[in-house]
Design a protein around this ligand. Structure first.
Ligand code: HEM
Length: 58
């Protein structure tokens, strides 16, 4: 996840969509993404967000 998002941050096509996430907020965002993937891959109930709504807003 960390390596992936390091690439996302500087990606010329999508990096700007994440430019509002600054400093320690990246850590919070990454922790949310860990929970998202953990919930999906390992069937752990640690993420309760709504990604579809988030992406519609983006
Ligand atoms: C080019 C493709 C994508 C872009 C540009 C994108 C962009 C974003 C942005 C800007 C956010 C909001 C960050 C914030 O302010 O908190 C977000 C949230 C999120 N994205 Fe994506 N995304 C992409 C693809 C995906 C894919 C493929 C997945 C999963 C398979 C995904 C899962 C999520 C999740 C789980 C969140 C958090 C939603 C919440 O707040 O609960 N995204 N994405």
């Amino acid at each position: 996840m960390n390596t992936f998002y390091q690439k996302v941050m500087v990606d010329e096509r999508i990096g700007y969509m994440f430019s509002h996430i600054q400093g320690s907020h990246w850590q919070k965002y990454l922790e949310k993404m860990y929970r998202f993937w953990e919930s999906n891959i390992f069937d752990v109930d640690s993420y309760q967000g709504n990604p579809m709504l988030q992406h519609i807003e983006v």
